[in-house]
Structure formats: C-alpha cells, structure tokens
Design a binder for this molecule. Sequence first.
Ligand code: TMP
Length: 242
Amino acid sequence: MTARSQLYEGKAKILYTTDDPAVLLTYFKDDATAFNAQKRGSIEGKGAFNCAIASHLFKQLEASGIPTHFIEQTSANEMRVQAVQIVPLEVVVRNIAAGSLCQQTGLSLGTVLKQPLVEFYYKNDALGDPLLTLDRLLLLELATAEQVEQLRVMALKINDVLQPFFMTCGITLVDFKLEFGLDQHQRLLLADEISPDTCRLWNLTEDDPKQRVMDKDRFRQDLGDVASAYRQVMERVLQQAL
Ligand code: TMP
C-alpha cells in the first residue's frame, strides 16, 4: 500500500492518506514543541523512538481488549492506522501529582493520588487546551454523556494495563494524555499515540527529581539528554514481550 497525499501535519506527526480510504499512515517526526508550541525544537531519533514505543503499547492494549486505531508498524517512523474522526478531547489520567495539577491545586510534586484522576481538556490550540467541566463539555457538544462515561472507563482500563506494564520496565507511570476517535460504526477507538511525548515517566530507581525524568519534561524544562531518555524508554518497553 503506497502513501498518497498529506492529509494533516501536526506538531509531532504527519498523517497521509493511503489507497484504502479506511486506512491512514502516521509519520512520527523528530520535531518537539511545548507550551502550545511556544517552545520548539528537535530531538534526534524521537520519531523512531515514539513510533516503536507507541506500536508496542498499542499491541499490548489490543491484547488486553482495548480497541485502538493501530494496524501495524510499517517502517521506523511510520505506522498504519484506521481512519477515525478524532473526538476533540484530551483525556488525562494521573496517578501521581505533577505538572498542571500541582500548579492549579497546590498539591506537591510527587503526591501519590489515592485513586487515578481522569480529566478532560478541550483539544483546541487557539484556546490553549483548557480544562473542561462535564457541563462545559456537554454544553459544547464535544461528546455525549454516554461517550464521556465510556471514555472514563476506557482511560482507567488503559491505566490498569499501562501502570503495571511500565512498572515491569522499572518506570513509574506518573500521568498521561489520551486521544480517542470514532470509526465508521461510531465505535470509540484509542487513537493518536502513547509515548514519552504524551506521558510522564519516572525512572523507578532514581530519586533525584531531575535525573528520574524520562519524558518530554526533559525538553520542557531543559534538563538535557532528551534523546537518550527516550531511547532508554524504548529499549525497556521493547524488552517486555507481549
Ligand atoms: P499537564 O500536567 O501539563 O496537564 O500534563 C498532563 C499529561 O498530559 C502529561 O503526561 C503530559 C501530557 N500532555 C500532552 O500529551 N500534551 C499536552 O499538550 C499537554 C499540556 C500535556
């Protein structure tokens, strides 16, 4: 199957059409952005690291009964995915307080949450992806109440698979962001990617708050060694058999 034309270029990925209208090709770029693209850069090898990590995690999730858009990895930076209509929500799951949760609530970095927290953000760059209330989400008709409940259940199930998976890799899954899409049967599928770009991952055996970071916070906070942290995540993830 040959790639046809570029459908959409995002900050970290490009989507291409294929001969089959139900199938798209995702190309993972080395480009990195943070703070709604106010900070821009490039992380050498990131595209290939994230493509390999996301492919492995999608397979892991499919094997655990979670429907995803993933079909197969076709090259170092590319995967074939089912075409879906993206739900304009960023679903964030948190196990440990970090990032905007600390900034907005005063919770200390590293506070272990008694139960996972699921949050919905409006996927809208022009508005800076604001945190939504359920009533605002419904007001804007971003999803139905039934879909919101389904998203919450899927997000928690994904956490139940990923948290122990990363633990076996010697990595603490602090928090992560998910995106979902609707297929032609209006079925919700996990879409986009799961990678160090979209998760907070801390090295389990490292206590130093800067040293332990194995995700995009190294880029956001200029901690250095970004590519080697992503490579380390890839190597540990790929070592875990399905
Ligand atoms: P936050 O603490 O900045 O709200 O981020 C929560 C999680 O979501 C964290 O794992 C990083 C991820 N994330 C994205 O994937 N994309 C984004 O645009 C933002 C702001 C966060």
